[in-house]
Write a protein that binds this ligand. Structure first.
Ligand code: FAD
Length: 385
């Protein structure tokens, strides 16, 4: 059986200096009314002007080479920026997916002229990306994707439908998996290719799918005879399955995987005040210890990425434990808040936050890979199946 390796990595001192800078910037943004950290779900999570200001600070594509607009800083420094933005509920929707995973994929597989064109725009907070993997009938089982890319003399013709595509309605580009050949007998994962799609290409229709909260975050995307240029096929034609796995450690291990309902914990601390009863104090302490552990694990995975490793199993464990924790948090907080008086001002804000967090909680263990699927990956990685 293989073993797990969470290297005991801590954030180095330069991260704390950066943390102060990020906090000061976010405080100015809050003071200027760009967003309200205590009103989760009420503001717009997508703010082009804010993304540009974050970009101007050098906090998007931080780890990327300078020739592509990056800063050549460490994954641990990027960790700090992500963590501070998440804790503050800052509107990062426009640039976050591109920063986390689309940019790194382009860096590995796109031709140089595409990298030189798009990566600097991502770093400036000007390019929004969507991920086109899921389809009706192919979610967890990515390799069942049917949306077809057919090679023609003019380029690639795309026909089919993607679903649950976050950001597609605001995205400039999508990185999508399309079927370029049927699977083979020996390898059912064969036959998919990763493509860069300019969302302005004729024939793409984006239909909204509204969430329980009433928010419009994701979509159905229909491709009707869409023509893409040859250089939009990224990496090996038919071999996308080889490209997919290393991406997962980036996608699954960050602090965004346990901080999505964090605001209810902050609001609970505020509502309990500085003299909580023993039961609440004990409950708070337990939650803080769990959060601290998740954070150490996530920092460790980021440190391993920095060291050039591919901690796919460890990243999946962070996502599994982290999303279950953030999913249970609203209920736990509700129990601990039971003795705070009705009508108390902080209690009203807490109720508002809890209502929103409870409504989004179910999605947390689905997006980015379900609990069951992650456990399958972990078991396989440990040699248990
Ligand atoms: C908020 C949100 C945002 C999303 N954003 C995007 C996006 O931007 N781009 C994108 O491509 N997709 C996106 N998704 C889709 C998401 O990745 C899929 O919903 C997810 O992969 C599950 O696929 P499915 O919905 O088809 O469910 P299914 O795969 O049909 O799964 C149904 C149930 O069966 C279980 N199951 C499936 N396979 C196995 C297995 N092998 N072993 C054990 N249990 C299994 C699952 O755990 C689940 O409980 C998003 C989803 C959500 C909720």
């Amino acid at each position: 059986m293989a073993s797990l390796a969470f290297d005991p990595i801590r954030l180095p001192p330069e991260c704390e200096t950066l943390r102060e800078e990020v906090r000061a910037f976010l405080s100015e943004e809050i003071a200027a009314g760009t967003f309200d950290p205590s009103r989760a779900g009420h503001g717009d999570s997508h703010n082009p002007a804010f993304s540009r200001r974050i970009g101007a600070k050098g906090w998007i594509g931080m780890t990327w080479p300078k020739k592509y607009g990056g800063q050549e800083r460490s994954f641990l420094e990027r960790y700090v920026v992500t963590e501070e933005c998440r804790v503050a509920n800052a509107p990062v929707r426009l640039h976050f997916v591109a920063d986390r995973q689309s940019g790194p994929i382009l860096m590995k597989y796109a031709p140089e002229h595409i990298k030189m064109d798009i990566l600097p725009r991502i770093c400036r907070g000007e390019a929004c990306f969507a991920i086109g993997m899921s389809e009706p009938g192919s979610g967890s089982d990515l390799f069942a994707a049917k949306t077809k890319a057919t090679k023609t003399n003019e380029g690639w013709r795309i026909n089919g439908t993607k679903i649950w595509t976050s950001n597609a309605h605001i995205a400039d580009y999508m990185l999508a998996l399309f079927r370029t050949s049927p699977p083979t007998k020996e390898n059912r994962r064969h036959g998919l290719t990763q493509f860069l799609v300019d969302m302005k290409t004729p024939g793409i229709k984006v239909n909204p799918v509204i969430q329980m909260t009433g928010q419009h975050d994701f979509n159905e995307v229909v491709f009707d005879n869409v023509l893409l240029p040859d250089d939009c096929a990224l990496g090996e034609v038919d071999g996308a399955w080889k490209q997919a796995t290393s991406e997962l450690a980036y996608e699954r291990s960050g602090p965004e995987r346990f901080l999505e309902t964090f605001y209810v914990l902050v609001e609970l601390v505020r509502a309990l005040g500085d003299k909580p009863d023993t039961r609440s104090a004990e409950g708070l302490g337990r939650l803080a210890a769990q959060l601290h552990t998740l954070r150490r694990m996530s920092v460790s995975v980021n440190g391993m990425l920095q060291a050039g490793k591919e901690p796919v199993v460890e990243g999946s464990i962070v996502k599994d434990l982290g999303t279950l924790w953030e999913q249970k948090l609203p209920n736990r907080v509700r129990e601990l808040a039971a003795f705070i008086e009705e009508g108390e001002t902080n209690r009203a804000t807490l109720e508002d936050q809890l209502a929103f967090a409870t409504t989004i909680a179910p999605k947390l263990t689905i997006q980015g890979g379900t609990t069951e699927v992650l456990r399958g990956i972990i078991a396989r990685g440990l040699g248990l199946r």
